[in-house]
Design a protein around this ligand. Structure first.
Ligand code: SDX
Length: 379
């Protein structure tokens, strides 16, 4: 029997043909449907980018206005979903609350027939529109406050900020949040997208697909790294400790959060844009000492691990931006999810075209023909 070669982590193994996004990891290039992410972050907005990802082309003015209307219309969540969120422990991580809420949405909105394009589109709109409401509701409730109702007169980014803080963001802060959502909206066949596509390939309902993807995003090797970066910077504490801390971590083969990427062997282009956004936020909020520490860390890491192609990824600077906006660290990954749901759903729709269930092979390394020893005779 011919031996199949094992590729740990499926490195370099294509699992689908996709037209959603493209990465050139040597040249720091990321495109959504062919358009550079930097262009979208500066010139587009989250609603338009989500439409682009989902439909494959930029919307006309009317198409964008219609899509935007649909999103605004579907922001509210059912009071029984809010009741469900109230029952979750306030000490639980908001990502687990989000995963549970998204899974529960599948019980409120029947969507079992995934061959129905109209029904699928309704699910797309509901998921993108309601996930920010669910995250903000859990955040408010865990602090003993009533959730803040979404506002139809604010855009996606502005409304999320409103639901967290009950105040409108300044235009500059709104733009920064919007750009962060654009930057996180999609990223080829990452772990959570793959997990969503595997679930989609069974023809499971879209809420199950997205809750699987949310769960996969929680891990510190993936979306969870943005929260861990801040913990790491707090642990380092002072710019003068950076070099020794990095040398020690490398000597002890520790994974340094916010660095390295399977595809990028240069600095992640999103990290570059996030750094520019940080500079913009600091005009309003003042520059935190943590930022200088992070910049120093990037310098030391380039010297130590740059030759191995390990540079900052998207998660390195995002937390510093969010913290400067007054957002609590355990909300960083949920914000990632609120953005990435657009990409997950684009992949869900793509997976349904010419679907075949994922069923890979394994290399069996266990025993064969083992005897069953009766319990009484076992040593
Ligand atoms: C995201 O895939 C995506 O597209 C994800 C994402 C998206 O938008 O969806 O971009 C979002 O998940 C960003 C990544 C967030 N995670 C982290 O910041 C955690 C720290 N980074 C790593 O653990 C790691 O770099 C990964 C998980 C991101 C990538 O893992 P790989 O490709 O499996 O690489 P590896 O762990 O096999 O590392 C290869 C080598 C190893 O050294 P050697 O054993 O060959 O000597 O590089 C070293 C690793 O030890 N290495 C690191 C390192 N990352 C890689 N060493 C120290 N610190 C690191 N961060």
């Amino acid at each position: 029997m011919s031996q199949i070669e094992l590729r740990p982590g499926l490195a370099d193994v294509p699992v689908a043909e996709s037209a959603v996004s493209f990465i050139d990891g040597k040249n720091a290039r990321l495109e959504y449907r062919g358009i550079a992410v930097e262009t979208l972050a500066t010139q587009s907005c989250f609603e338009e980018t989500a439409y682009l990802l989902l439909k494959g082309n930029l919307p006309t003015q009317k198409e964008l206005a219609d899509f935007d209307d649909q999103l605004r219309h579907h922001r509210r969540i059912k009071f029984r979903l809010t009741d469900l969120i109230k029952c979750l422990p306030e000490t639980g991580h908001p990502m687990y609350a989000l995963q549970a809420t998204v899974a529960a949405m599948g019980m409120f909105y029947p969507a079992r027939d995934v061959s129905n394009a109209k029904c699928n589109w309704e699910s797309v709109v509901r998921l993108i529109a309601k996930m920010p409401t669910a995250v903000a509701a859990f955040h408010r409730i865990r602090h003993g406050d009533e959730p803040i109702k979404p506002r139809d007169d604010l855009d996606h980014a502005g409304n999320f900020y409103w639901m967290l803080f009950e105040k409108e963001p300044s235009p500059a802060i709104r733009k920064v949040i919007d750009a962060c959502l654009v930057l996180h909206a999609e990223h080829t066949m990452n772990a959570s997208t793959f997990s969503g596509r595997v679930t989609a390939s069974t023809l499971a309902n879209p809420y199950t697909v997205i809750s699987a993807a949310v769960g996969t995003l929680t891990g510190p090797l993936h979306g969870g790294a943005n929260e861990e970066v801040l913990t790491m910077l707090d642990e380092i504490g002072d710019i003068k400790n950076v070099r020794v801390w990095c040398e020690d971590a490398i000597a002890n083969k520790k994974k340094i959060m916010g660095f390295g990427h399977r595809v990028y062997k240069v600095k992640d282009p999103r990290a570059t844009v996030l750094q520019e956004l940080a500079d913009r936020v600091f005009i309003d909020t003042g520059k935190p000492a943590k930022y200088d520490l992070a910049v120093e860390m990037e310098k030391v890491m380039a010297e130590k691990l740059g030759p191995k192609g390990i540079y900052p990824n998207v998660d390195f600077y995002s937390g510093i931006v969010y913290e400067a906006l007054g957002i609590q660290p355990d909300l960083f990954t949920p914000i990632f999810a609120i953005a990435r749901v657009a990409g997950w759903l684009a992949h869900w729709l793509e997976q349904l075209q010419g679907n075949r269930i994922y069923r890979p092979e394994q290399i069996y390394v266990g025993k064969n023909n083992a005897p069953y020893v009766p319990l009484a005779k076992r040593a």
